[in-house]
Design a binder for this molecule. Structure first.
Ligand code: FMN
Length: 197
């Protein structure tokens, strides 16, 4: 199936591709790299965000993120990184019928930085990651994000030697997902200048 190039008026738009797991033998960085290697949407600048490099502790901020006042340097660093993107793709494995706690912790750390931003989901797991994506969708809505309808369902077995080996149709599905994200960016209030806090 052919995909459209979506003309987004305000130059390259930064899309953070979040690798949503942190355990030593995780597959999320390989899948995030594969997502970010898409070149079908030149308006989108896709960059991998590796949760592991932020080493966030379990949420220890005295104030809830909705107040926008962060005490810990780890939170401020995470907030600055997330605020610099205009949309996200979250690459998420399924853990026990849900998504990883480390990802929920990272989401809970912030609020305004996520608001009004489009988000797409790439799920994976032994049974495709659909339950992780469904639950993550609810959390994203609570954070006032704009989840796109399409998501990808991948298998971790396709990660070989640290790289995702795309199956037939995967690249086209990835392009369709990103077209939808680009269209959501056209409609999102945060698209032109990024977040204001
Ligand atoms: C703690 C744990 C629980 C899991 N539970 C599920 C599950 O409920 N459904 C599923 O399809 N796969 C499940 N799996 C398989 C993972 O989705 C698969 O191993 C995937 O590669 C994990 O992501 P990661 O390698 O990035 O950590 C589980 C894996 C782990 C480590």
């Amino acid at each position: 199936m052919e995909t459209d190039n979506v003309a987004v008026p305000s130059g390259p738009l930064r899309v953070g591709v979040i690798a949503g797991s942190t355990r030593p033998s995780r597959r999320s960085p390989a899948i995030a790299q594969w997502v970010a290697s898409d070149s079908s949407q030149p308006e989108l600048r896709l960059e991998v965000i590796d949760l592991a490099t932020f080493a966030l502790p379990m949420l220890g901020e005295p104030l809830a993120a909705v107040f926008g006042s962060y005490e810990h340097e780890t939170t401020r660093r995470w907030a600055a990184a997330i605020a610099s993107y205009q949309a996200y793709v979250i690459v998420v494995p399924e853990y026990n019928a849900s998504f990883p706690g480390v990802l929920k912790n990272a989401l809970d750390h912030l609020y305004a930085e996520w608001n009004d931003k489009p988000v797409a989901f790439v799920g994976y797991g032994m049974s495709g990651g659909g339950r992780a994506v469904a639950q993550l969708r609810q959390v994203a809505e609570e954070l006032r994000m704009h989840p796109v309808a399409t998501s990808l369902s991948l298998t971790p077995h396709q990660v070989v030697d640290g790289r995702y080996a795309a199956r037939p149709g995967d690249s086209e599905a990835r392009a369709r997902l990103l077209v939808e994200l680009a269209r959501a960016l056209q409609a999102a209030p945060a698209r032109a200048g990024g977040i204001t806090r």
